[in-house]
Write a protein that binds this ligand. Structure first.
Ligand code: FAD
Ligand code: NAP
Ligand code: SF4
Length: 677
């Protein structure tokens, strides 16, 4: 049967011994849930996504042995207890009508452990531990451990395994001379370098029999020096198919690559052209991946014959019901993954449990639930920024009668400024989602309504989500006409000169600088332009897909100097997995970053600064415009007014605490508050 909507995405896929109901694979994500030992929680996380209609899920990486774990204590499949624990997950998923494959992840030199092993003793730039070079017996041990791991996964009830061969992990390390310097049968010629991955697939198939899915995740563009050529990629894909793989999944870029591959500034479906090159070369299904986050993008990629299936990972954190909603023609109701990494990858790299900025329930399915209320209340929410909107959606979903007031003419609060920044276009989708959900859930929305304490009489619950106001940095001369703040620039679009000094290098200072150095189309909206900016080439012409000419960014639209008082590196507080991208992006546009300044005064010439406690080395940053991005303070005036009147209220988001505020905290706080009404 062909579906009327998303006909390619919703078409079944026959794998011979089993049929997948649609073309959507939930890609592997490390959540940290397995490491909690709470297998009921792990099972519920996957079962909720199985109920949501995804055809096949891949678990987070599971270690085949101690040396292959991403870090000491990483979850493994090595014992009878592991089999029993994982059985809880597979039973729950099958009970929900889903299918699940376990990813076998051997980290090789990427393991954050003194026990790490690799083809050659080449230390990775992202781990402090030099790997031990494996001898022939050591290699045989790794192969047998991986095969044993696959056999145990089968015993635990998995429908298949994904053998992780990309992203620069162990098997990938054998493939390229960047990390494989061996001269024995496992190194040297490409035939020798690909021996290990092919042998692993062949022996896995031998061990698990025919009716078991084997996905091989193949690095199609390494984005590191001396990476694979396209000819080698095709050769490996053919060999892996012959060795018994059921499906080939796409891996994009090694973890040490200096080109972003999944961040929000990467264009949607930016790498599907790479997967497309493999179509027709092999006969087993091929999956494409990276920055696919809506049903339409996924449909377009499949309709364009880039792949047989699409892999989406983070979108299933944002909304477990992605596929069901798409199939029901309710795509607008899908909470969008904005690719921010703030609650998923940034958490992983900070050793915290994964969640999702737009969906705090992700990975908390057993703990945070939005149950229908037995006692309907009238709820007033002042402020339609993310804190207020999250509260409103959850309260309304639970059956409460909700009214939202905002003085602005549009919902979204500060997200409406964030979306103006080149590379942050995904925020448009998030604001659209909120607007649609407010309407769908019958929330009474009063825009253009600046509310005072007297407007809030008679409600059962009053929520103050009035956000923040810019901090006054009290710099001599800041009242001059050549001084503006981030709201003037991003919301009110006041004219800004060609030479600009940006005061404050927090998230907003970086974003404003990004806004000011760009003009014309955002590279995030134009794949070819983005590839040029970052130096992505075709692996058919250049090893690893690194453009021979390197990065070729467009000339900056303005000369920007970004300043802070702290002496630390600028951007140190930005996201763990994205800070380097913001710093590189501004460096490519010649933004000068100046730390450790004292702001002395602003004059016709520009910004006068000095350095150190002794206020030495005076310097004038010559500029036409100074932009203040010096942080924010809570807007509590309404909360204070209510308190003075003796009216109880809940204060959330920026109105509660301005320091280190972000949308993740605002949404989390609002959702949890409304879950308790
Ligand atoms: P706000 O978003 O400030 O919303 C408050 C709302 O209250 C406003 O709409 C205002 O009009 C309304 N209001 C105030 N007083 C009244 C009143 N008396 N009556 C009626 N209405 C009133 N965060 C991230 O997590 N990731 C990012 O990438 C990110 N990028 C950003 C980029 C920029 C340029 C900016 C400015 C912010 C960014 N943020 C980002 C921060 C994020 O937007 C804020 O943390 C978040 O919006 C705070 O949410 P809030 O609901 O508390 O307040
Ligand atoms: P911020 O991150 O707190 O940065 C404020 C900047 O202003 C700092 O660089 C600070 O550096 C400077 N500053 C503070 N007090 C000052 C003063 N009195 N005079 C001059 N400079 C001063 O805040 P923000 O940039 O306004 O961002 C607000 C929130 O939005 C942040 O908490 C952030 O998490 C969030 N946000 C997130 C993202 C994201 O990508 N995740 C993007 C944008 C915003 P010095 O004190 O060293 O001068
Ligand atoms: Fe997507 Fe951000 Fe949620 Fe991660 S935290 S799943 S990137 S929206």
């Amino acid at each position: 049967m062909t579906h009327a909507i998303y006909p390619h995405l919703l078409a079944p896929l026959d794998l011979g011994f089993t049929t997948l109901p649609n073309r959507v694979l939930m890609g592997s994500m490390h959540t940290g849930l397995e490491e909690t030992g709470d297998w009921n929680r792990v099972a519920e996380y996957y079962a909720e996504r199985a109920r949501g209609g995804v055809a096949l899920m891949v678990t987070g990486g599971i270690a085949p042995n101690e040396e292959g774990g991403v870090l000491p204590g990483a979850s493994g499949m090595q014992s009878d207890k592991d089999i029993a624990d994982h059985k809880i997950v597979t039973d729950r998923v099958h009970g929900a009508g889903g299918k699940i494959a376990m990813q076998i992840l051997h980290a090789g030199r990427y393991a954050y452990s003194p026990k790490c092993v690799a083809p050659s003793p080449v230390k990775s730039p992202i781990s402090p531990f030099p790997p031990a070079e494996l001898d022939a017996d050591g290699i045989e041990k790794q192969i047998s451990d991986i095969i044993a791991c696959a056999e145990k996964a089968q015993k635990a009830g998995y429908d298949g395994v994904e053998i992780m061969g990309s992203e620069g992990y162990f098997l990938n390390q054998f493939l390229v001379t960047h990390t494989n310097k061996r001269t024995d049968e496992w190194g040297g010629s490409y035939e020798n370098r690909m021996r290990l991955p092919v042998e692993v697939v062949r022996r896995t198939r031998e061990a698990v029999g025919t009716d078991f899915i084997i996905i091989y995740r193949l690095s199609m563009i390494d984005l590191v020096p001396n990476g694979s050529t396209w000819e080698e990629v095709v050769r490996l894909a053919k060999a892996v198919e012959a060795a018994g793989a059921t499906i080939i999944n796409t891996g994009i870029g090694w973890h040490e690559a200096r080109i972003p591959t999944i961040a929000t500034s990467v264009p949607r479906a930016a790498f599907s052209w790479v997967t497309k090159k493999l179509m027709g070369e092999i006969s087993i299904p091929i999956v494409t991946s990276n920055r696919i986050n809506t049903p339409q993008v996924a449909e377009d990629v499949l309709a364009d014959a880039c792949a047989d299936m699409v892999s989406m990972a983070r979108p299933f954190l944002a909304d477990a019901d992605f596929v069901n909603k798409a199939a029901a023609g309710e795509a607008k109701q899908i909470a969008p993954c904005i690719a921010c990494n703030q609650a998923c990858l940034d958490h992983t790299f900070s050793m915290k449990l994964t969640s999702c900025l737009v969906n705090p329930r992700a990975c908390s399915e057993t703990e945070l639930n939005y149950d229908t209320t037995n006692a309907v209340k009238s709820v007033a929410i002042v402020g339609a920024g993310p804190a207020g909107l999250a509260t409103a959606l959850v309260a309304a979903e639970r059956g409460h009668k909700v009214t939202v007031f905002d003085g602005a003419s549009e919902v979204g609060g500060q997200l409406n400024m964030a979306k103006q920044v080149p590379g942050k276009e995904e925020f448009f989708g998030l604001v659209d989602y909120y607007r649609n959900e407010v309407a769908r859930l019958g929330i009474e929305l009063k825009l253009g309504a600046f509310v005072g304490a007297d407007d809030l009489d008679g409600f059962d619950e009053v929520v103050i989500a009035t956000g923040v106001t810019p901090r006054d940095p009290q710099i001599d001369g800041q009242d001059r006409p050549n001084v503006v703040n981030y709201i003037d620039v991003l919301r009110d679009k006041v004219a800004v000169g060609k030479r600009v000094a940006v005061i404050g290098a927090g998230g907003i200072g970086f974003d404003v600088s990004e806004f000011l150095v760009h003009e014309g189309e955002s590279p995030t909206e134009d794949i070819e332009l983005w590839k040029r900016e970052w130096g992505v080439g075709d692996p058919a012409n250049t090893r690893g897909g690194l453009a021979k000419a390197g990065a070729q960014p467009e000339a900056p639209a303005r000369q920007v100097t970004l300043l802070q008082r702290k002496s630390s590196k600028l951007g140190k507080g930005l996201g763990k997995t994205t800070g380097w991208i913001h710093r590189s992006a501004l460096a490519m546009k010649n933004v000068e970053m100046v730390a450790g300044v004292n702001y002395e005064r602003i004059s016709d010439e520009g910004l006068h600064v000095s350095f150190g406690e002794a206020r030495e080395n005076p310097r004038v940053i010559e500029c036409d415009t100074v932009v203040l991005c010096s942080g924010q303070v809570s807007n509590r005036s309404l909360a204070d007014e209510l308190e003075a009147k003796g009216v109880a209220c809940h204060v959330i988001g920026g109105a509660d605490v301005a320091a280190e505020l972000d949308a993740k905290r605002a949404i989390n706080q609002g959702s949890r508050l409304a879950a308790g009404f």
